[in-house]
Each structure stands twice: as structure tokens, then as C-alpha cells.
Design a protein around this ligand. Structure first.
Ligand code: PEP
Ligand code: MN
Length: 625
């Protein structure tokens, strides 16, 4: 049962409700949902829902109809994010766990860990206790294997995941590893589940070989009911009549799970297919279907692997898969972040040097805009996003040290460059420290239950109306009202309270303001992407650097621009953007804005920089990132 509380409830009233529930023998959780205070209670409360409905301070009582309670979406409408060190499983950044089936030796584990980290994995996997079908197969190195995993964490900087097969291993797990995995064969080992509930470490709970989704969620319920909410569900294929693959990957479990529970879900295509060539296609499909992450077996010498070599990717194949995931993720509103761990440690480092107060990033507009989404997707929860009223205000705030970073859009794939920000980059002495691309999906948003036929007025940013022209042309009778940004549009229709008003915005804005999507994806061209850059006063230490942005001007003589481009061509550097902007106060003279695929500030590029200096009148490096 869920009790939605009135905003005006007193602490005394709340305490009374909590003690009635607890005395009745309920497990009680306090939560907040879209700004409203909610109590979730499971077990026999000793009273019927009508009794609670009439208690002072209770706005609404919602019975939970499913057999699983604590894991249900009803109990906890927001997604749960499981933190493993700097890694957040269940957020908007895809989490990839990779490593061998089993830890075989120190060298083997360290070699593979270095490879998978290089390609973007953020957690390392490796079994030390292997539950094998045959008692004569390799059973794992036991505690020795756990010690190797701990060494991997120290040396490679990846937190580690390993399987527990008995409650007797609990102390060792506490000592050596970060995430404990319950294997498919143990999904219904209830003593083990209860033990992990008490252990409190994050758990990867694999789906049993023949378990229904409901049975799987009931197993998760065992862990949560013992007080551990940090459960990551892992679909790894189920037994069917089909022999061509080791198991049958149930991809439909992803949307089903997303609806039924708030827990994150990852996919293990390695055990699901059992065949190396089948792993990457299924991994790509899993991300497209909305999985929060992947668990992939990788081995540098799979022919000699002591277990599951046939399904292990070579490191290079894993790298290729990661590149594909990087491209797919933004299509479904997520990111694969190759700089995830480096970025996190750079940001942690900032806190230590600047006394903590500086971990802010400014963005334009309100919470719930695409700029806000870019900000939270880039930094995760490490940084507080601060709304600002203009692009210039963002640049000023960084210059004055009021915020550490800013997130500003630089170009849209349909509308082109946002010139104001190009000009501000020239004017202010700041650096580009990173970039992020978002797919921009616009939705028609209205009050809960609102029907499209009833809409009379639509609020949004004028540019958004442009991007949704085809859809809006079908509704000529609507009045368009321009708003400062998309999230403000949603806020305004909420405040006006009329079911005949709608807004066009991202679905995050609808969620934040308790509004509903009436029609999804109404932008004319679905290939609508915006590239944002992250700006700061200084480069992130140890941050990733694959790309550089420069501004320069050349003399007014034949071949001047060509001379600069030749420098890049001669060195085989790929130019990904070249744009000219007028120089303020100098009619018909131009600055060139250039993006390159290279870390132009690294030592190896020093000669190139000097060659460039010789051929330019003005040269500024905006940043390498
Ligand atoms: C494993 O992850 O190596 C493993 C044994 O998985 P499962 O329990 O899914 O078979
Ligand atoms: Mn395996």
C-alpha cells in the first residue's frame, strides 16, 4: 500500500501514521515523488485502506496489486540508481561491465582489465567461485581469485564484480569486491538472497535459467526486504526449445521490467547466446531496447580460456562494440561516455583542491530543458546544475569563479551553429573541456488525461515551433505562445491549470512538472541532434582528449587558409568542422573556427602548432577534450 501525504502534513501526524504501520508489522519506506511525500508500506498493516484514508495528513491511499512490493514501480515511481564508487548504474549513462568469465591468473585478469578499461568499460567482472555444470570443470581460484580482483581495482582503477555461490563467502566478498553477483543457478537460493540483503553491497541479480519475470522480481524482493535497495537486474537468456544459441535472450524483458520495477536492468548477451559472433548484435539491440547497461565476457586469448572462451569477445571486438553503442545510445536518449572514470576522478580532485563549493555547472533556462539534460548527462550526479538566464551570464559566472563549468549548445544538426556562443568563446578567455551530443525529441505535453482534440494553445520556444512545423501545420487552429525555453513552457501550462493548454518540450520537463505526454516525437525530422560543449576556466586534469577546437585568422593573401589546412592534411589530422565568423569591428574579415580529431596540445603535436602559428595572424586553442 502507498500513502500519498498532503503537503501540509505535520511531523506529528506523520509520526503517528508511521507508528501505526510499524506496530501493525509493516516494512515502511519514506519517499518523495514529483515533490510529494509518499510512504510505502508492505505487510499486514492491521487495518484496511479505508482506515488510513481518513487519517489526518493522508491525501490518497493506493493499494499495490502485485506480489512484489518493494521492487514495484508503484512503490517507487522514480528509477533507482545504484552507485558503485563513481559509477551510477541506472542513470542516463550506459554502464558496461566487462571481463573474463573466470579469473584465471593475475596476468590474465590485469591484461584483460587494462584492455576493457581502454575501450570504455567502467566495471570489471571475473568469477572466482564458478558454479559449473560439471564437477570436473574448472571451479575458479576461490579466495586467491578475489585477491586478484582487489589488485585489479588498485592497479587498473576499475571496481569489481564477482559471483557469490554460498553465504559462507560473504565475509570474503565484503573484504575484496564492490558488487556481488547472484548467478542464474542461484536466483532462487533464498538463504543466499537474504544474506545479500543484510550484506548491503550492490548486487547483480541474474535471471534464473527458467524463471519467469515475476519469480525474478520476487527474488529481488528478498534482497530489498532485508534492507538492501542496491539491486541491478541482469537478463542473461532463458531456456527455450531453441538449440542454435546457448539460451534465448529475452529482450522483451527490458520494457516489461522498466514498467514493473524501479530497479536498473542490464543485459548479458554472452551467456544468452554462448557464441562470440552473436554477442555484439544482441548487445546493440539491448541498448536500443532501453537497457541501462551490459555485462560482456572478454578474453585476450579465448581459445585458452578456462571457461566460456567460445562466447568471449576479443578485446578489439569489444572496442568495436563500444563504438557502436556510443552511436546508438543518444538515439534512445542516453550516452556511452568514454571519459566516464577519468572525468569522475578529475571532478573529485576539484573538490579536494577548491574546498568543495565549486562543483557547479551553469546552463541556460530551467530544470528540464535539453541544456539541463546535457549538463546532467555529461557530469552525472557529481555536479550541481545551476540555471542561468542568458548565455553571457554563463560565461560571466565562470569568469568570476561563481561556477566551475558551463554547458552551452554550439550547433544543431538541422538549424546549424548557435553563433552567439561562438562569439562568446572568442570574447571570453575560457576553455572547452568536453562535448556531448543529444538527440532532440519534442513531445506535445498536456495536463494528465488531456486529449489532443481539446487543445487550443501551445507554448514553446519559437525555434521548437520551427522544428515541429509539419505536425503544427496539421493543427492550424492552435494559438502559438512563445516561451523562454521548453521547460518554462511546461511550467506555464501547469500554472495556468487549463486542460486546453499544451507545451512542446522533452519528456523530462513533463515528468518534473507532473504533466503527461499527449503525442511523442513530433519533430519534423527525427535526426535532430544538438551538440553542447562544456566550458570552464581550466582544462580537466586527466580528462579525455581526443578532439581539439581552435580559432584563428589568416592574412588576406592568396592561399592563406589553404596553408593552414595543409598543415593538418600533411599530418593526417581529420578536420571535423570548419566555420568562419565575421571579426567584430572589422567588416569582411573573418575568424575560422576549427575542430580537429587530435589532441593538439600533446607533445607530439608541438611542431604542428608552430607550423600553424607561422601561417596565422591570430591563433587560440579553445581546448582539447
Ligand atoms: C557468469 O556470469 O559467468 C555466469 C556463470 O553467469 P550465469 O549465472 O548467468 O550463468
Ligand atoms: Mn561465464
Amino acid at each position: 500500500m502507498i500513502l500519498v501525504l498532503e503537503n501540509s502534513i505535520t511531523q506529528e501526524q506523520k509520526n503517528r501514521i508511521l507508528s501505526i504501520l510499524r506496530e501493525g508489522g509493516c516494512i515502511v519506506r519514506q519517499m518523495s515523488d514529483a515533490g510529494q511525500c509518499v510512504i510505502g508500506a508492505t505487510g499486514n498493516a492491521g487495518h484496511d485502506p479505508g482506515f488510513f484514508q481518513q487519517l489526518p495528513g493522508v491525501a490518497k491511499v493506493v493499494p499495490i496489486s502485485t506480489s512484489f512490493k518493494l521492487v514495484s514501480r508503484q512503490m517507487h515511481p522514480e528509477d533507482t540508481v545504484v552507485d558503485v564508487g563513481d559509477v551510477a548504474v541506472g542513470g542516463e549513462r550506459i554502464v558496461v561491465i566487462a571481463g573474463p568469465c573466470a579469473v584465471e591468473s593475475r596476468e590474465q585478469a590485469l591484461t584483460i582489465a587494462r584492455e576493457v578499461r581502454r575501450y570504455g568499460a567502467v566495471l570489471f567482472r571475473g568469477g572466482a567461485f564458478k558454479p559449473r555444470s560439471s564437477p570436473y570443470s574448472f571451479q575458479g581460484l576461490g579466495e586467491e581469485g578475489l585477491k586478484i580482483l582487489a589488485e585489479v581495482r588498485e592497479q587498473v582503477g576499475l571496481r569489481v564484480v564477482t559471483e557469490i555461490t554460498s553465504p559462507a563467502q560473504a565475509d570474503m566478498m565484503m573484504k575484496y569486491v564492490d558488487v556481488v553477483q547472484v548467478g542464474a543457478r542461484n536466483m532462487q537460493n533464498f538463504e543466499l538472497l537474504k544474506c545479500l540483503g543484510r550484506l548491503g553491497k550492490p548486487v547483480v541479480l541474474k535471471r534464473g535459467l527458467s524463471a519467469t519475470i515475476e519469480e525474478w522480481l520476487m527474488s529481488a524482493e528478498y534482497i530489498l526486504s532485508e534492507g538492501n535497495d542496491n539491486v541491478i537486474l541482469c537478463e542473461r537468456g532463458i531456456r527455450t526449445f531453441e538449440p542454435y544459441t546457448r539460451n534465448t535472450l529475452d529482450l522483451s524483458a527490458i520494457p516489461v521490467i522498466k514498467q514493473l520495477t524501479h530497479l536498473p536492468v542490464i543485459i548479458d548477451p554472452s551467456h544468452a547466446t554462448g557464441i562470440r559472433e552473436k554477442v555484439s548484435p544482441m548487445a546493440r539491440a539491448a541498448i536500443a531496447a532501453g537497457a541501462d547497461g551490459l555485462m560482456i565476457e572478454v578474453h585476450h586469448d579465448p581459445d585458452r580460456a578456462l571457461s566460456d572462451g567460445a562466447q568471449s569477445l576479443y578485446p578489439k571486438q569489444f572496442g568495436q562494440l563500444m563504438r557502436n553503442i556510443y552511436v546508438i545510445a543518444p538515439v534512445v536518449g542516453k550516452q556511452l561516455d568514454f571519459g566516464y572514470l577519468d572525468k569522475a576522478s578529475a571532478v573529485n580532485h576539484l573538490g579536494k583542491t577548491k574546498g568543495g563549493g565549486s562543483k557547479n555547472a551553469a546552463f541556460l533556462g530551467e530544470i528540464g530543458t535539453f541544456s539541463h539534460k546535457a549538463c546532467t548527462q555529461y557530469f552525472g550526479k557529481k555536479i550541481t546544475a545551476v540555471p542561468m538566464s542568458s548565455f553571457r551570464a554563463i560565461f560571466e559566472a565562470i569568469k568570476n569563479g561563481e561556477t566551475k563549468f558551463g554547458v552551452v549548445p554550439l550547433e544543431n544538426s538541422l538549424a546549424g551553429s548557435i553563433h552567439e556562443n561562438y562569439d562568446l568563446l572568442l570574447e571570453y578567455d575560457l576553455r572547452i573541456i568536453g562535448e556531448i551530443t543529444l538527440r532532440i525529441v519534442h513531445n506535445l505535453i498536456g495536463h494528465p488525461g488531456a486529449k489532443i482534440e481539446a487543445i487550443k494553445r501551445v507554448f514553446s520556444h519559437p525555434q521548437v515551433f520551427q522544428q515541429c512545423r509539419q505536425f503544427l501545420d496539421r493543427h492550424q487552429e492552435w494559438e502559438m505562445v512563445s516561451a523562454k525555453d521548453t521547460a518554462t513552457a511546461v511550467k506555464r501550462i501547469k500554472e495556468a491549470g487549463s486542460p486546453t493548454d499544451a507545451a512542446i518540450a522533452g519528456k523530462e520537463a513533463a515528468n518534473i512538472h507532473g504533466m503527461e505526454v499527449i503525442e511523442e516525437g513530433i519533430e519534423t525530422n527525427p535526426r535532430n541532434y544538438t551538440r553542447f560543449v562544456i566550458i570552464g576556466a581550466q582544462q580537466l586534469e586527466n580528462g579525455p582528449r581526443h578532439k581539439s577546437s581552435l580559432i584563428y585568422s589568416t592574412g588576406n593573401r592568396p592561399g592563406a587558409l589553404y596553408e593552414t589546412l595543409k598543415v593538418f592534411a600533411d599530418q593526417g589530422i581529420n578536420l571535423v568542422k570548419l566555420e568562419s565568423r565575421p571579426i567584430p569591428g572589422k567588416p569582411w574579415e573573418y575568424m575560422f573556427y576549427v575542430d580537429l580529431e587530435a589532441d593538439i596540445e600533446s607533445d607530439s603535436f608541438k611542431p604542428i602548432l608552430s607550423a600553424l602559428e607561422e601561417n596565422t595572424d591570430y591563433l587560440r586553442i579553445l581546448g582539447s577534450y
